[in-house]
Write a protein that binds this ligand. Structure first.
Ligand code: DX5
Ligand code: ZN
Length: 216
C-alpha cells in the first residue's frame, strides 16, 4: 500500500485569505493541496481557474492536486499545467478520449489521473490503468463540499485497488475521522477533506486525526 497522504480541499477555506489558508494546512502537515475546478456545466457550481492556480503555486511548497470538474478537460489541461499544477485529474464521464488526455497530461510533465463519479463503474478505467498515476473515486456527487459519504463507494475502492496495484487511490467527499478509517481499510491512500479540516478549530488536530485513522 502506498504512503498515506492528506490533501485538504480549499473549497471549504476562506477564499478571501487563500494564501494564508494554504500555508495553515501545510504547517499542519498537509501532503498536497486539493483544488476543485468547477465550470458551472459539468457541475452546478463555479470555482477556480488557471490564474488562481498560478497564484497558489507561488505560495505552496507542496504539490497542487487539481481536480477538473469541467465538460471539456482536453481543452484546459495545458492551461492548468502552465499554471503550475503537479497532478491533474479529470472526470472520465466528461472525456471523449480519456486515454489521449492522460497522455497529454503526462507529456505536460504532470501526474495524471481519472475521476469516477459515484454512479460510474470501475470497469471504465480497465483499459486506462497503464497510463494513469492515480484514480480518484468520488464518494459524493461532485459540486459542493459538506455532503455525506456514500457507503457503497467502499466496494468500488476495493475493486479499484485490485486493478491499480500500488498506484495512488484518492477518495474525495464526506471524509472525516470515521470514514477515513473505512476508506483506508478498503485500500485508499490519498484522503481529500474539505469541510472536516477547514471547519475544525485546529487544522493540526483535524489532519492528525485523519492520519490516526490508518492505525485504527
Ligand atoms: C466536491 C469536491 C470536493 C469537496 C469535498 O465536488 O470535489 O473536493 O471539497 O468536500 P468535503 O470534504 O467537505 O466533502
Ligand atoms: Zn475534489
Amino acid at each position: 500500500m502506498p504512503k498515506l497522504k492528506i490533501a485538504p480541499s480549499i473549497l471549504s477555506s476562506d477564499f478571501s485569505r487563500l494564501g494564508e489558508e494554504i500555508q495553515a494546512v501545510i504547517d499542519a502537515g498537509a501532503d498536497w493541496i486539493h483544488i476543485d475546478v468547477m465550470d458551472g456545466h459539468f457541475v452546478p457550481n463555479i470555482t477556480i481557474g488557471p490564474p488562481v492556480v498560478a497564484s497558489l503555486r507561488r505560495c505552496s511548497t507542496v504539490p497542487l492536486d487539481v481536480h477538473l470538474m469541467i465538460t471539456d478537460p482536453a481543452e484546459y489541461v495545458a492551461a492548468f499545467a502552465d499554471a503550475g499544477a503537479d497532478i491533474i485529474t479529470f472526470q472520465v464521464e466528461a472525456a471523449h478520449h480519456p486515454h489521449r488526455i492522460l497522455r497529454q497530461i503526462r507529456d505536460l510533465g504532470c501526474k495524471a489521473g481519472v475521476v469516477l463519479n459515484p454512479g460510474t463503474p470501475e470497469d471504465s478505467i480497465e483499459f486506462l490503468a497503464d497510463d494513469l498515476d492515480m484514480v480518484l473515486i468520488m464518494s459524493v456527487n461532485p459540486g459542493f463540499g459538506g455532503q455525506a459519504f456514500i457507503p457503497d463507494m467502499l466496494r468500488k475502492i476495493r475493486n479499484v485497488r485490485a486493478m491499480i496495484g500500488d498506484r495512488d487511490l484518492e477518495v474525495d467527499g464526506g471524509i472525516d475521522g470515521t470514514t477515513a478509517a473505512q476508506v483506508i481499510e478498503a485500500g485508499a491512500n490519498v484522503l481529500v477533506a474539505g469541510s472536516y479540516i477547514y471547519n475544525h478549530d485546529s487544522y493540526l488536530e483535524a489532519i492528525e486525526s485523519l492520519r490516526q485513522a490508518e492505525a485504527g
